[in-house]
Ligand binder design. Sequence first.
Ligand SMILES: Nc1ncnc2c1ncn2[C@@H]1O[C@H](COP(=O)(O)OP(=O)(O)OP(=O)(O)O)[C@@H](O)[C@H]1O
Length: 247
Amino acid sequence: MNHTGTTTSPSTTDPGGPGERSGLALSGVTLRLGDGDSLVTALDAVDLAVRPGEFVAVVGPSGAGKSSLLAVAGALTAPDEGTVTIDGRDIGAMSEAERAAHRRHHIGFVFQTGNLLPALTVLDQLRLVTHLTRGADLARREPRELLEEVGMAHKADRRPHQLSGGERQRVGIARALMTTPSLLLVDEPTAALDRARSHEVVSLLARETKRSAVATVMVTHDHDVLAHCDRIVEMTDGRLSDQTAPA
Ligand SMILES: Nc1ncnc2c1ncn2[C@@H]1O[C@H](COP(=O)(O)OP(=O)(O)OP(=O)(O)O)[C@@H](O)[C@H]1O
């Protein structure tokens, strides 16, 4: 396995490569789940646009459709109606293989607990991304530099069980940013953290959203951290409400 953290230059000629950024746009997105009597409209004609460098929080009660929104925006689930575009490219018009490559190269995911691989050191969690995306025309980050940026360089040789919850999240965020994604999708990043660590992790997300000019969508139940976001949208019964200013 080649562990060099090669940084390639951005190219605008390859349609699969890192071209012009315009962020995420969902237009008229409807998603139905289940069947028969248990058919649920998880997303109901949802419109949402998130610009590069914008940090949007999605709040709402359990079952409102927040996870469904992340799944559709992340090209994991195809909507029944509507379009999802990332940097102007309609992901519904791609083949399954193209969509998988687009997800791997242009979308970063951050989960509740970091989702790190237990056997790998912090540094190798990031190097693995370089390895898995080898050959792709990407402006990859250099792993050590990125760890420095998220304040984890001094723990590069640790394994996940030797880290705190907040540190694991920092590494998860760094890993998600390795491919300089256009879109960062974040699911309940503070679920396992105390209040102080929650603020640290979400302010890191806010900073990286600006620094990396990534369009970030974070689902959260944690109203304490909303002040770090640029915009808050609320989901109720699959519908997205008008946007409100951060608390
Ligand atoms: N596989 C499925 N089959 C049928 N219905 C589903 C399925 N997955 C989710 N749902 C339903 O779709 C709706 C939206 O679910 P979703 O998980 O998106 O909500 P959520 O806002 O993320 O909830 P939570 O905050 O509890 O995670 C809910 O009514 C849920 O019961």
